[in-house]
Design a protein around this ligand. Structure first.
Ligand SMILES: *Cc1c(COP(=O)(O)O)cnc(C)c1O
Length: 388
């Protein structure tokens, strides 16, 4: 089916492009709603911030996790109210905090004293939650080390926030992006349960648990279903946070919501053999949509029309004049792969077009929506009918 739409898209655009199916986003949103009945969904805008995606999710009732003034402005322009946004970045510019506050955002993430102070000054009286660190185990794209703090420090920060006349709301964590193990959420919620209990004893009544993102997309390894993860989260909440009155649960899916909805379609520009090594170069690379492959993020790859062919080992690289621009150093591709073949990265709707540069003056992949192509085809149909 996607192959048909790729051919249609090629009539109107050149490669590379991200062919995107909005109906998949709607399906994923509803699936998550059903699996996490108690949670409010805050889509992590950074995964793919295209206006069509934001508008669809806004219409479905989603809230949004934002990281900067730029993202907030984008959402405001699409009619999303600041009340539906959470400022989840723990490293914010002061003027961005003030801008967020002015536009109705009252929910901020922190993981350090200085960030608490910045929020207290620029967004007085707001709700804050503290990001607790996780070890990023079982995640294919860890988000640990740079963010989050230990449970003891989290408690101190919540008290500090209260002293600074902010409202200490609760905790967040992120188990690491593309996490393949439902137990990861369980472990984090157990830790959260202990912090909530201690906070209660010291007079802080926390009520917010933000279970972050990390929900996986199908790539080369088997993944747990949303239902399984939802069950693990709900059970862990029942076991560890039963004592919290009116607990508010937030989930911040990024990758999960959009990953499956897009295929990155690229074209072979060159095939060569040097010192006994075979190289294939395509028109997208680590500076043009495939940034996640620098840490060996594994996409399923399909070379159109050559799916059944015998495979051979290649280096796969991007088009720029930089030796970092190598997608995979060892990848199996069809033996006969050659100039102009279409190389598709399956389920690449997240963290691809958001990472674009124009390095070397090379155009980044654009987005093409199946819905747009359908619109074109209806017009064409009308035209033909008129001609008849
Ligand atoms: C990136 C991010 C997310 C989304 O993560 P995914 O792994 O894409 O689901 C959620 N919350 C925060 C704070 C993030 O930075």
């Amino acid at each position: 089916m996607m192959e048909y739409w790729i051919r249609r898209a090629l009539e109107v655009v050149k490669t590379p492009f991200l062919l995107f199916d909005l109906s998949v986003v709607e399906k994923k949103y509803l699936e998550m709603k059903a699996a996490l009945k108690k949670a409010d969904i805050y889509y992590a805008v950074k995964a793919n911030s295209h206006p069509r995606i934001i508008s669809l999710l806004a219409r479905l009732g989603s809230n949004f996790d934002v990281a900067s003034k730029g993202e907030i402005e984008k959402l405001l322009a699409l009619g999303v109210d600041g009340k539906r946004m959470s400022f989840g970045n723990t490293i914010k510019r002061e003027e961005d905090i003030a801008f967020a506050y002015k536009n109705g955002i009252r929910l901020f993430a922190v993981d350090s004293e200085m960030e608490v102070e910045k929020v207290a000054i620029n967004a007085p009286g707001s709700f804050v939650f503290v990001r607790v660190e996780t070890d990023g185990a079982d995640a294919d794209w860890p988000l640990s080390r740079k963010f989050g703090t230990n449970p003891e420090h989290a408690l101190q920060l919540l008290s500090y926030a209260s002293k600074m006349k902010l409202i200490p709301a609760g905790l967040s964590f992120h188990v690491g992006s593309q996490n393949l193990n439902p137990e990861s959420w369980k472990k984090a919620i157990e830790i959260a349960g202990r912090v909530f209990k201690k906070a209660m004893r010291s007079g802080l009544n926390l009520f917010l648990l933000n279970v972050g993102g990390g929900f996986p997309v199908q790539h080369t390894k088997p993944i747990p279903s949303m239902e399984e993860i939802g069950k693990a989260i709900e059970e862990a909440i029942d076991e560890n946070l039963w004592f919290v009155h009116n607990l508010k649960v937030i989930a911040e899916p990024g990758r999960y919501m959009v990953g499956e909805a897009g295929w990155l379609v690229t074209k072979v520009l060159l095939k060569s053999e040097r010192s006994g090594e075979k190289w294939v170069y395509i028109d997208a690379g680590v500076f043009h949509g495939l940034a996640e492959t620098i840490q060996n993020f594994e996409y399923e790859i399909r070379v159109l029309g050559k799916e059944r062919e015998e495979l051979e080992e290649y280096h796969l690289a991007g088009p720029t004049c930089d030796s970092v621009d190598v997608i995979y150093d060892r990848i199996f591709l069809p033996k006969s792969i050659t100039l102009n073949d279409l190389v598709c990265f399956i389920n690449a709707g997240a963290y691809t077009v958001e990472y674009n540069t124009r390095f070397n003056g090379i155009e980044p992949p654009k987005m093409v929506f199946i819905e747009e192509l359908t619109e074109i085809s209806i017009e064409e149909k009308i035209k033909t009918r008129v001609l008849d």
